[in-house]
Design a protein around this ligand. Structure first.
Ligand SMILES: [Mg+2]
Length: 361
């Protein structure tokens, strides 16, 4: 038996002849595909769902599965410490991970937290950050059970959450069938609207505006939208209500990138197309108001603003009857893959729904 030497064939420094593909040339999801093929698909028998859904799923015996997800929040990319209090950063970091567990129809149990800290963060600020995480953990019923702290130039939180469910209860992105209705919880675009308000406030402050109206955002007028951005809610409440009503969704994803981007993931996994009805999208009045004030398109905010952390799901027309109509809105229909993914306006004009969600690279 030869000695195990894993890097025998590739241990040298990167040769100068190696191609250099910039990450933005392949994009976030192209990158994931490239890295996934490096890993290969040599999975254990207990694995039910690997890369490609909101969380991975593996069997633990007795008909139970665990689901596991991980997400990083990086200063300057996901949050701006100049206008987001530490407490909210902590809340959001937990809530967004819980949202991915909920998007599998599982219950979150445990989290680990890896922190990378610049030296301009105080112990008191970190206590606030952990206060926000503790609040979210208590709200969603999970516990932080470990982690790591390291130095860095930007504040970064990497969180892993593990949840549990019966295997038969898990809902994947891949179960949508042509004819199913496409539905969302809550409203869409308010988080992006709230971010516009906060950014406008920061801009006004930096420009040294001479009065409250130029240097301060109107947080009262846009309280709902700002809260949606700073204090997102994972829809564990909806999943529990529907489980009690005996409803089985056919496909499910949480809305982190925006409906326009996340519908692509759901359809790709399901091998279907979709028609989204622009006139049916639930959009809050404050989103319309912010869009008007900052000269943005409210429909684009709803489709591509992202970070709403609502749920997008497919359900059969028969099962829809079991849902309380106050808990969701129908926004379209699943169609055959050959029909593509389209947006239909209230006049009946149909256009391809482009992927214009948040691009990290
Ligand atoms: Mg997700």
């Amino acid at each position: 038996m030869s000695e195990y030497r894993p890097f025998d064939s590739g241990a040298s420094m990167i040769p100068s002849s190696e191609p250099f593909t910039p990450i933005n040339q392949v994009g976030e999801f192209g990158l994931i595909d490239r890295l996934r093929s490096v890993l290969g698909d040599d999975a254990a028998d207990s694995l039910v769902q690997g890369i490609g859904d909101d969380a991975a799923v593996y069997r633990v015996g007795g008909g139970q599965v665990h689901v596991i997800t991980t997400d990083a929040m990086v200063e300057g990319v996901h949050f701006d410490r100049t206008f987001v209090p530490m407490r909210y950063i902590g809340w959001k970091a937990i809530a967004t991970n819980v949202s991915d567990i909920v998007a599998m129809n599982a219950i979150p149990h445990y989290a680990t937290v890896a922190l990378a800290l610049p030296n301009n963060v105080s112990v008191e600020q970190l206590e606030s950050l952990y206060g926000g995480m503790a609040e979210a953990c208590s709200h969603y019923g999970l516990n932080i059970v470990g982690g790591d702290v390291t130095a860095a130039t930007k504040l970064t939180l990497s969180i892993t959450v593990v949840g549990e469910a019966r295997e038969e209860d898990i809902v994947y992105r891949k179960g949508a069938q042509p004819g199913d209705l496409l539905c969302v919880t809550g409203d869409l675009g308010a988080s992006a609207a709230g971010l516009e308000v906060l950014l406008a406030g920061k801009k006004g402050f930096e420009a040294g505006g001479d009065g409250a109206e130029t240097s301060q955002p109107n947080l009262i007028e846009f309280a709902y939208a700002v809260e949606r951005h700073l204090y997102p809610q994972a829809r564990l409440d909806r999943m529990k209500t529907w489980a009690e009503a005996g409803v089985k969704l056919s496909a499910l994803i949480d809305l982190s990138d925006g409906l326009g981007g996340d519908i692509q993931h759901l359809c790709k996994a399901s091998g279907t197309g979709a028609v989204i009805e622009a006139g049916l999208l639930p959009i809050h009045m404050q989103t319309f108001k912010a869009a008007e004030l900052y000269e943005k398109d409210p429909l684009s905010m709803a489709l591509f603003g992202g970070e709403d952390y609502e749920l997008l799901f497919a359900i059969s027309k028969a099962d829809k009857e079991k849902l309380d109509e106050n808990t969701y809105a129908v926004v379209g229909q699943v169609v055959d893959a050959s029909e593509g993914i389209t947006l239909r306006d209230p006049d009946g004009n149909v256009t391809p729904l482009e992927t214009s969600g948040f691009q990290h690279f």
